[in-house]
Design a protein around this ligand. Structure first.
Ligand code: NAD
Length: 477
């Protein structure tokens, strides 16, 4: 018996949760439910996070959390419970299977069975943003080696567990050579440990286009957070099944399972909603807690029910569907089909073990040398030669100004007069003689900036790791 935390959520949440729990319990799931309240009521009681301390304690104690959708109240100040939960519990992996159920559910892509594995904790979602000048704001894109290793390994282990043939990686490492470059590098390293699974990499733009056009050519796709956020919705939508898809958020200790849709308040309390998305989440949970046998039984019965044309309003199509049913009746139909397999759709066979990823082992530190500094300057002028002359007044002996960029484009020396410039300038200083820069020189540089009335808004140290430059050059360099 595994104790799980359940939140029935808002809107259609309670109805679809009751249906999903009823189905899996009828199939023999060995679970004990401990219910907590999260969502609208908690938000409106003045708790900006939508969850109480006591509920956190329950989630952390049970470690497995099945969550119905919640309603985030309108207006500012309310934090997304999903984002908070993922980050606090270290749920690094978001897994979203997108399966087309042709010809029983309408889709433009009859053959589609793609699983998006999205990194869930870092990238631009670290949410570290600053306004630095009148005209420029920034968001830090943080990608870590542990983050990459965990998610890529999860994708390959997932492929192994579910007998998938190929793992594809999407990044934009032709532009973001450090951040997406690390993700791609780690993908190549880990892919080599799984020679039995095919691997490939696509630049995200053409990869996304191919996914939307020919999803049948993909199997498991792993990608950084932001790309995964967008493409997992695209994939679910083109499978024709946003209302039918579930998702898992997996961490080293805890895991959360849910439907991908929201609380559909307009449909609430009418016994209309489709419980399939949450049911899919619940089946991923059963696989995670090593009750794959039960998950397999339910999935096959569910596929048979869809195939029988017993459909809720959202997927009902004249000529294809045979019976329009409500939430409860749909659950009854799945329960009646337990033990049966689909005839046309592919039945499932789940491996009875569960995916477990080894804990990240920190590597020995690399040789790290400070070889320069980028000083970002807020300056209202427009002629980079003028700025260079001004900056030369702040240099210290042994250091020289080597480059100025504006939004990443080199504008000095030898820039183009056509390049549009904002008020945010990256000014690169490097030692002119020895290779390594003392940190103290940066302090003196900034002190000179202050006395020369140069508005330095931030600095970024330039490092070599193991003798390799580990920073971007200016575009045009
Ligand atoms: P939604 O997913 O709730 O609804 C979009 C459309 O899909 C609606 O027409 C709805 O009726 C339909 N739909 C959704 N689920 C369905 C189901 N199971 N069966 C039948 N039809 C279904 O998205 P929304 O309207 O943008 O959001 C409503 C609320 O849900 C908002 O407060 C939003 O913040 C919240 N939300 C919560 C989550 C979550 O808790 N994970 C996710 C997304 C949105």
């Amino acid at each position: 018996m595994t104790k799980i935390t359940v939140a029935k959520g808002d809107g259609i949440g309670p109805e679809i949760m009751d249906a999903a729990l009823r189905i899996i319990q009828a199939a023999g799931a060995k679970i004990e439910v401990e219910e907590i309240e999260v969502g609208e009521k908690v938000y409106l009681s003045g708790n900006a996070a939508g969850i109480s301390k006591e509920s956190w304690d329950v989630i952390r104690r049970n470690k497995i959390f099945l969550k119905a959708p919640i309603t985030t109240p309108q207006g500012g100040g309310y934090k997304s419970l999903n984002v908070t939960t993922r980050k606090f519990l270290g749920l690094y992996s978001n897994v979203r299977p997108c399966l087309s159920l042709h010809p029983f559910v309408q889709t433009k892509h009859p053959i589609m069975d793609v699983v998006i594995v999205r990194e869930n904790e870092e990238d631009l979602y670290a949410g570290i943003e600053h306004q630095q000048t009148d005209e420029v704001v920034q968001c830090l894109k943080l990608i870590s080696r542990p983050g990459c290793e965990k998610i890529v390994r999860y994708a390959f282990e997932y492929a192994k567990q579910y007998d998938r043939k190929k793992v594809t990686c999407f990044t934009k490492d032709n532009i973001m050579k450090q951040t997406d470059g690390l993700f791609h590098k780690v993908f190549d390293e880990i892919a080599a440990e799984y020679p039995e699974i095919e691997n490939e990499h696509w630049i995200i733009d053409i990869g996304a286009a191919k996914l939307a056009d020919t999803p049948e050519t993909f199997d498991v796709i792993v990608m950084p957070n932001l790309y995964g956020d967008v493409l997992s919705d695209v994939a679910a939508q083109i499978a024709g099944s946003v209302g039918l898809a579930g998702s898992a958020n997996i961490g080293e200790e805890c895991a959360m399972f849910e439907a991908i849709h929201g609380s559909a308040p307009r449909r609430a309390g009418q016994n209309m909603a489709n419980p399939s998305g949450l049911l899919q989440g619940a089946l991923m949970m059963l696989n995670h807690i090593r009750q794959g046998e039960v998950a397999e039984k339910v999935q096959n019965a569910w596929l048979k029910t869809i195939e029988d044309g017993i459909h809720t309003y959202d997927i009902f199509t004249d000529g294809v569907s045979t019976q329009k049913v409500g939430t409860k009746e749909f659950a009854d139909a799945v329960i009646a089909n337990l033990g049966q397999k689909p005839n046309v759709l592919k039945s499932v066979k789940y491996n009875q073990s569960a995916i477990r990823i080894p804990k990240y082992q920190r590597k020995a530190p690399a040789k790290k040398e400070l070889v320069g500094v980028d000083v970002f300057v807020h300056w209202q002028g427009s002629n980079p030669d003028e700025l260079a002359a001004k900056l030369n007044g702040m240099v210290v002996p042994g250091i020289e100004l080597t480059m100025i960029t504006n939004r990443g484009i080199k504008v000095w020396p030898e820039g183009f007069s056509e390049t549009f410039c904002t008020d945010h300038w990256r000014c690169r200083f490097k030692p002119n003689g020895q290779k390594v820069l003392e940190k103290e020189a940066i302090i003196r540089l900034l002190s000179n900036a202050l006395s020369n009335e140069i508005d330095a808004v931030k600095t970024e140290n330039l490092y070599m790791f193991e003798g390799v430059d580990a920073y971007s050059l200016g575009q045009g360099q």
